[in-house]
Design a binder for this molecule. Structure first.
Ligand SMILES: NC(=O)c1ccc[n+]([C@@H]2O[C@H](COP(=O)([O-])OP(=O)(O)OC[C@H]3O[C@@H](n4cnc5c(N)ncnc54)[C@H](O)[C@@H]3O)[C@@H](O)[C@H]2O)c1
Ligand SMILES: [Zn+2]
Length: 356
C-alpha cells in the first residue's frame, strides 16, 4: 500500500507554497518508512522553490533537514527498527560504485547523487512522481543507507537542521583540520553560519564572526565566538589582516569577497558555501603572495554526517530554532529573505492542516 502523504509544495517560482498530497512508495526490501516530525527550512529550499538556480521542476516539495521516527522497515533492513529516531539530509541515494562513493563522499558522486528533492529518481521515486519530493511532508520512504541515527541526547526539532546546516559546516571544518589553535572566521550568521560558529568553537578554534551590523553580536558570543567584526569598519578589517586560517563564507547572495582575502593567513582558505550563481572578482596577487586559496564545499558524506550528529550529542550542540506550522512557510521565506531569522525555521509536522 503506498503511503498517503500530506505536504507543502511550490507550484511555480512566483506562487506561494500550498498544500499538496501524494503517495510515498511502500518500503522496498532495503527501505525505511519514516513519519516526519520536523523539517528545517534551508535557504537552498528557497533558492529551489523560487528557481534562483534555474531548472526547478514543479510541483516540488522542498525540505532536506528531516527528523522523525521509523514506522516500518523492509525485510532486508538491519540497521533500523520501528520507533527509532532518525534523520534524512540532502541525499537519498548515489551510484555507490564511483571513487567518491567508495570514499564515503556520496555528495560528490560522479554520475550524481539523488537529492532528497528535485532529482530524477532512478528507482522510480514516489508513486506517480517524476522527481524526488522532500521533507515539508509528514512521511518519507528512504533507503536505509541514507538514513542517519539521531542520538537520544538531541531533541528532534533542534537536531533537524543539523542534517544540512550542521554537516555543511562540519565537513569543511574537518577537511581543513580545524582544532585547538585554529583561527576561524564565519561570514553570514544565518542557519549555516550559526552552526559553523558552534562547531568550530567546540573543536577548539578561536572564532570570529564577520557581519554587516552588530545586531547579532550578543548571539554570536553566546554561540562561542570570541570576536565580532563589522566588515564596513575599515580600521577593524585592517587590524584583522592575515589573521584567519579558515574563513567559512555562508552568505546566500552574491557579494564582494576580494576585500576579505587579505584576512587570510599564509596558506589560509576561504570556503564558499552559498549557492550563488554570479561570478565574483578574485585577484591573483593577494592569493599568491601568501599561498591563499578560495575553495568550495558541498554538504558531507553519510559517514561524516553520522559523525557530526554524534559530535553534537557529545558536545551538547544543537540549532537555535524557531518552530513554525507548515502553513507559515511563505512568511518564513519572506523573513529569510530579509535576514530575519534566529537561526533556523523548523516546520512542526504535527501542525499540518488536515485537508492538505
Ligand atoms: N554548500 C552547501 O552544501 C550548502 C548547503 C546548504 C545551504 N547552502 C547555501 O548556503 C547559503 C546560506 O544558507 P543558510 O540556510 O545558512 O541561509 P540563511 O538565510 O539562514 O543565512 C544567510 C546569511 O547570509 C547573510 N546575507 C544575505 N545576503 C547578504 C549580503 N548581500 N551580504 C552579506 N550577508 C548577507 C544573511 O544575513 C544571513 O546571515 C545559501 O545560499 C544556501 O543555499 C549551501
Ligand atoms: Zn540545505
Amino acid at each position: 500500500m503506498p503511503i498517503a502523504t500530506r505536504a507543502f509544495a511550490a507550484t511555480a517560482a512566483d506562487a506561494p507554497l500550498s498544500p499538496y498530497s501524494f503517495d510515498r512508495r511502500d518500503p522496498g526490501s532495503n527501505d525505511v518508512a519514516i513519519e516526519i516530525k520536523y523539517c528545517g527550512v534551508c535557504h537552498s529550499d528557497l533558492h529551489v522553490a523560487k528557481n534562483d538556480l534555474g531548472g526547478t521542476r514543479y510541483p516540488i516539495v522542498p525540505g532536506h533537514e528531516i527528523a522523525g521516527v521509523v514506522t516500518a522497515v523492509g525485510p532486508d533492513v538491519s540497521r533500523f527498527k520501528v520507533g527509532d529516531r532518525v534523520g534524512v539530509g540532502c541525499m537519498v541515494d548515489s551510484c555507490r560504485t564511483c571513487a567518491a562513493c567508495a570514499a564515503g563522499e556520496e555528495q560528490y558522486c560522479e554520475p550524481g547523487m539523488t537529492q532528497t528533492y528535485g532529482s530524477a529518481d532512478p528507482k522510480g521515486g514516489e508513486v506517480g512522481q517524476t522527481i524526488t519530493q522532500g521533507g515539508y511532508a509528514d512521511r518519507i520512504t528512504v533507503d536505509q543507507d541514507f538514513v542517519l541515527r539521531i542520538p537520544d541526547a538531541l531533541p528532534l526539532d533542534a537536531a533537524a537542521p543539523l542534517l544540512c546546516a550542521g554537516i555543511t559546516t562540519y565537513s569543511p571544518l574537518r577537511h581543513w583540520k580545524v582544532g585547538p589553535g585554529s583561527k576561524v572566521a564565519v561570514i553570514g550568521l544565518g542557519g549555516l553560519g550559526h552552526m559553523a560558529v558552534k562547531l568550530a568553537a567546540a573543536m577548539g578554534a578561536e572564532v570570529t564572526v564577520l557581519s554587516t551590523s552588530d545586531r547579532k553580536k550578543g548571539d554570536a558570543e553566546r554561540m562561542g565566538a570570541k570576536h565580532f567584526l563589522i566588515n564596513s569598519d575599515k580600521a577593524a578589517m585592517k587590524a584583522a589582516a592575515e589573521k584567519f586560517d579558515l574563513i567559512i563564507n555562508t552568505v546566500s547572495a552574491t557579494h564582494e569577497i576580494a576585500s576579505h582575502i587579505n584576512l587570510l593567513a599564509r596558506d589560509g582558505t576561504m570556503v564558499m558555501l552559498g549557492l550563488t550563481t554570479e561570478g565574483l572578482p578574485v585577484y591573483a596577487m593577494p592569493l599568491l603572495w601568501r599561498r591563499r586559496s578560495v575553495a568550495g564545499s558541498l554538504i558531507g558524506g553519510i559517514r561524516e554526517t553520522q559523525e557530526m550528529l554524534d559530535f553534537c550529542a557529545e558536545h551538547g550542540i544543537a540549532c537555535d530554532i524557531e518552530t513554525i506550522a507548515p502553513d507559515q512557510i511563505n512568511e518564513a521565506y519572506a523573513r529569510m529573505e530579509r535576514s530575519d531569522v534566529r537561526y533556523r525555521f523548523v516546520i512542526d509536522m504535527a501542525r499540518m492542516p488536515q485537508a492538505a
